[in-house]
Design a protein around this ligand. Sequence first.
Ligand code: WT7
Length: 661
Amino acid sequence: MSLESLSQEQRIYPPHPALAQHAAIPSMAAYTSLCQQAREQPEQFWEECAINLLHWKKPFTQVLDESQAPHYRWFADGYLNASYNCLDRHVEAGNGARTAIIFEGDDGLVREYSYSALLREVCQLANALKRRGLQKGDRVIIYMPMSVQGVVAMQACARLGLTHSVVFGGFSAKSLQERIVDTGAVAVITGDEQVRGGKVMAIKEVVDEALAMGGCEAVRSIIVYQRTGGKVPMQAGRDITWGQALRGQPSTCEPVWVEAEHPLFILYTSGSTGKPKGLVHSTGGYLLWAQQTMHWSFDLDPVAKPHDVFWCTADIGWVTGHSYVAYGPLAAGGTQLIFEGIPTYPHAGRFWQMVERHRVTVLYTAPTAIRALIKFNSAEPATHPRQYDLSSLRILGSVGEPINPEAWVWYYEQVGGSRCPVIDTFWQTETGGHIICPLPGATPLVPGSCTLPLPGVQMAVVDETGAEVPHGTGGNLVMTRPHPAMARTIWGDAERYQKTYFPPDLRGAYLAGDAAVRAAKTGYFTIMGRVDDVVNVSGHRMGTMEIESALVAHPDVAEAAVVSRPDDVTGEAIVAFITLKNTRPVDPTATTATAEVLRNWVSKEIGAIAKPKDIRFGDNLPKTRSGKIMRRLLRQLARGEAITQDVSTLDNPAVLDQLKA
Ligand code: WT7
């Protein structure tokens, strides 16, 4: 999005006052006063939040410990358990019969789990894990299909103080192996196969492949949830089915009370190098915010509004699935829908049909899905949201990437019937939960803007010296005060954490890695995208270096450079520029065939989400005199833009024509 288009006067959508009723933050005045409280007396503010929202086995006496900054510690001497807070306390309060999860399979079959039923299964799995010798602090990899059992696995780990690391089911054996090695995991919880869009795909086999790559010798147990019952290889003594593991296990299990700073999970995300970062999240600060944002951003309150059905469409393999499937909705005691499949199967009206069928009230999805559906739904009028009864909806959420104003307005009008605010939530794997987003019923909305920081979050747009820039001027997005939900470190690499997120010039602020601009009058934030070598395809974050490393690992590739270009549906698309060791393919058939080989290679190395959309071959890549690849030039080539770079120093200017193709 260009600065010019931002500075144009944008339409403001007034808030929906009906939503303000019973809302946790019902007005801008209430919002401002909370922000002020948080700014003036942060310790008191956070202490109140933590005490009001969470059950502490042993209360904390200190709110914030800055002595090891930027590794801030929150509520450090308090003890709690995340699984107890998500399950037991609701059952103990007499709400065990309340529906926790409605699961709809790819095939349309529905299963419901009450809080009591969910707790029983979590306890049984926890007992099975205990029986297999797992202890507080051990790491467990979860590599599962989108399922209730995936959530059960996370909760069971949390119950025992095991630190889980969920790996998205679309990642390759190699990516999985790297994460097993990096975490030093002692167990893997997986499935036999996964089903999406009518297709059955292997999972257990991928785990076996990962283990065969070596370095995973610490893995002693593998538990296999039988999603399809398909025949998969099982190694005696190491592998056991979910059913067998749970058989005979008691349905109660005393939670292991952990210190607030105990690592609840490690989640890998891409950065500027070839190696993904394992971000470590705490138990107390993280859970507090996952729940707090359910109340603030999505107005979830099962007491005042018992009919809410919350649906976050994200997979548990991403941070959105952690905070807004596995932890937030359960901590808040809400009812949520979990969907196994994809938005276009068996037809592109599937989402709307599901909203109608389950009377969904809060729908939280990604701009990519919305943009894809705009296309499909207009090509096939029978699948259009207007064909369905969506009157149950009261709030719409957006996440993962900037939402373009056109998609915003379509979502608002066609899906929400102009009755539901679009809550555009800006946040990151690193922040654990929402940091900038509107409040339903209170914040006037501007399409394409995530509006203002939540109370307790202090954000600014700054220049290279850390000084705030005037509104209307673009700059680096930073967080200027510590926040309880921030990732504490990078697993095994505290130095990288400090270097990446707290560069010395920024006066101790956290660097988000995005550029942003604030609107002149409102101070609203608009996110302009990453400033580092991170691309965002369909809301999934990937490092260009990671894809480059994967490409050059192919025996035929001499050199590779990866950039992105804007894409109508996926937000950004990956474009790879490649020099082969042998001669460059010239005729279209050879070019297409070689490109396909490399695409499949990337899919094997990282996962299908990292496949370049466009691959171009040159005799060499354009470089500066000092030998650096001219990335800005490549970006212009990828986008088909005019070249503004000085190319007079290129040894071989003819290569530009090759790479334009
Ligand atoms: C990056 C974080 C947030 C959970 C899923 C992605 C981009 C995320 C928005 C938004 C504009 C957004 C940013 C951010 N991003 N949400 N509402 N508007 N950009 O988490 O994989 O850690 O990626 O996604 O570039 O830095 P993630």
